[in-house]
Design a protein around this ligand. Structure first.
Ligand code: NAP
Length: 525
């Protein structure tokens, strides 16, 4: 079956054969996608003119109502999405839930915030600025939706969540969306868009999807468009420096790769609650979605005295994880999404092994349950130990996008900070300690290089939302190699799609313009 693209409010098949998407357990071909022959300039123009115009006529409350109907529809069709996720991504029930339920949860979060804005349409920001002695000339800052199109170029690991965590704030802000999911797992995003289109929820032009290669998509961007990219640092560089993006000063948000850290505090000895919480979280991060999460823990920093104890505890739990076909009884972890990703992960493990000892996993002597190792894209959970993290290089540089983490002992707080910072900018770090002085100092020393810091002690216990879990109400994104982007964070996310300007004039004119606007303080609250 060839999946069509949806552009200019029409379903259009690729001109060529397209690319076959396959089941990473068996290698079975599922569907094909392609973008050859599509008029992508027309697709963007249609979204801007038809979709943007229609969305901007609606109030925030009305747009939130549309998101509510989408969330409801996706929840109804959840079983179909889990099935596609299992077949096309090798997802277990938990993995599919992370993506699909995460998407629905995020949409609902924006529904709540959007509905609270009621009948408002624009945004007024801050107090009036007096500009004349007599008070008859003032300035006022406003925010308005950009009159372009929001283009999402997404990574393969979250075909559902990545679409909706970006589309919810864009549509709520009043911008139409064109999504280009990553080719290997495009099926789920395509099906969700097809369901929303069939239900007739959104105005014409508000939602389009291009599957297969991006081709000349970026050649046609212009002022007022927004490109939100999620994927590897290499592709991010190409997107940022694309001539049309540069020429038209197109706003680009990048979520790229990251070598995230988990840190065990010096107080967290074996037997402590914090030690156990750290072990559980490292295991969970390595195995959920088979470690294919941009936020997953890659480096585990442990006081030298406890490093082997932590590594043993993690390795012992990993040894009890059944890896194989998600459809088989008892399987807790499935394959990577493709043979290409398997190859990249195995190469990454080999690179890490040049300066790390293999504690468990690795490609040798591995047999998945319910599947043939040779046919599927399996990589077993793999734990490494890097005895000298200060001298090591690749352990701080290489993101193995799979079930792989490295334990790194540290001697003291100064050395720990130096090593964590060598990630050169990460999405998230988590700290497991009840030593307030230690955690406060560490947060202060590494906060500038992280988008999110999660501090866990016995008082928090298992109530935390997870190292790798991006909550719709909290910022997602990180500086430096993580891409420098910002997503989510509640209504903050709308900022990407709004343009700030100041209007100077008489108080009467300003008052008229501000009528019916929402207070922009809500965005940053
Ligand atoms: P990728 O190879 O960079 O691809 C990402 C997207 O870019 C895909 O849709 C891809 O399309 C598209 N693309 C490729 N070349 C392009 C070009 N020249 N112009 C425009 N688009 C282009 O990344 P990936 O392998 O899918 O994803 C894995 C990476 O994403 C990991 O490094 C991970 O850390 C990162 N990631 C980050 C986050 C975050 O929030 N920070 C979240 C998830 C993943 P095709 O698939 O058609 O090639």
């Amino acid at each position: 079956m060839r999946l069509p693209n949806y552009i200019c409010d029409r379903w259009i098949e690729s001109a060529g054969e397209g690319v076959a998407l396959s089941n990473p357990v068996s290698g079975e071909r599922l569907v094909s996608v392609g973008s050859d022959g599509l008029d992508l300039a027309a697709a963007l123009a249609h979204a801007r003119q038809v979709g943007g115009t229609a969305l901007r006529q609606l109030s925030h409350g009305e747009r939130a109502g549309l998101l509510a109907r989408i969330a409801e529809l996706l929840a109804e069709k959840r079983a179909d999405y889990f099935d596609i996720s299992r077949r096309n991504s090798g997802a277990t029930e938990a993995d599919a839930g992370f993506d699909v339920d995460g998407a629905i949860y995020t949409l609902k979060s924006y529904v709540r915030s959007g509905k609270a804005l009621g009948d408002t349409r624009g945004w007024v920001e801050g107090a009036r600025v007096p500009l004349s002695k007599e008070g008859n000339f003032v300035g006022q800052h406003f925010l308005v939706p950009q009159q372009g199109v929001a283009i999402f170029i997404n990574a393969f690991n979250f075909p559902a969540w990545a679409l909706w965590e970006k589309a919810a704030p864009a549509l709520l802000a009043g911008m139409p969306v064109v999504v280009k999911p990553a080719t290997p797992t495009a099926w789920l995003a395509q099906r969700m868009v097809a369901d929303v289109v069939e239900a007739g929820i959104l105005p014409a032009g508000a939602l389009s999807i291009v599957c297969g290669g991006a081709r000349d998509l970026l050649d046609h961007v212009r002022e007022g468009d927004v490109v939100s990219f999620t994927g590897s640092a290499d592709t991010a560089r190409r997107v940022r420096t694309h001539p049309a993006v540069v020429e038209h000063s197109v706003r680009v948000n990048v979520e790229a790769d990251s070598v995230n850290s988990a840190v065990l505090g010096p107080d967290a000895a074996p037997g402590s609650a914090e030690f156990d919480l750290a072990v559980r979280e490292v295991v969970r991060e390595m195995t959920i979605k088979s470690g294919q999460k941009c936020t997953a823990i890659r480096r585990v920093f442990v006081p030298a005295a406890h490093a082997h104890a932590l590594a043993d505890a993690v390795a012992s739990k990993l040894g009890r994880i059944t890896v194989g076909d998600p459809a088989a009884e008892g399987v807790r972890m499935g394959p990577l999404v493709s043979r290409a990703q398997q190859l990249a992960a195995l190469e990454g493990i080999a690179t890490l092994r040049t300066e790390c000892e293999l504690l468990c996993g690795g490609p040798e002597n591995f047999a998945p349950v319910g599947a043939t190792a040779g046919a599927g894209a399996f990589v077993p959970p793999t734990l490494l130990f890097c005895a000298d993290g200060e001298r090591a290089e690749v352990v701080h540089q290489v993101e193995v996008f799979g079930p792989v983490a490295t334990v790194i002992p540290y001697a003291d707080a100064a050395s720990l900070v130096r090593m964590v910072r060598r990630g050169e900018g990460s999405l998230v770090a988590s700290v497991y300690s009840s030593d307030a002085a230690f955690t406060d100092a560490l947060v202060a020393d590494i906060a500038d290089l992280h988008g999110r810091l999660m501090v866990v002690d016995a008082a928090v216990g298992s109530a935390h939302t997870g190292h790798g879990n991006a909550m719709p109400t909290c910022l997602h994104g990180g500086p430096g190699r993580a891409g420098g982007g910002e997503e989510l964070g509640g209504m903050r996310a709308l900022g990407l799609y709004l343009r700030r300007h100041v209007v100077q004039g008489s108080p009467e004119r300003i008052a008229a313009l501000a009528e019916g606007c929402a207070d922009a303080a809500t965005l940053w609250a």
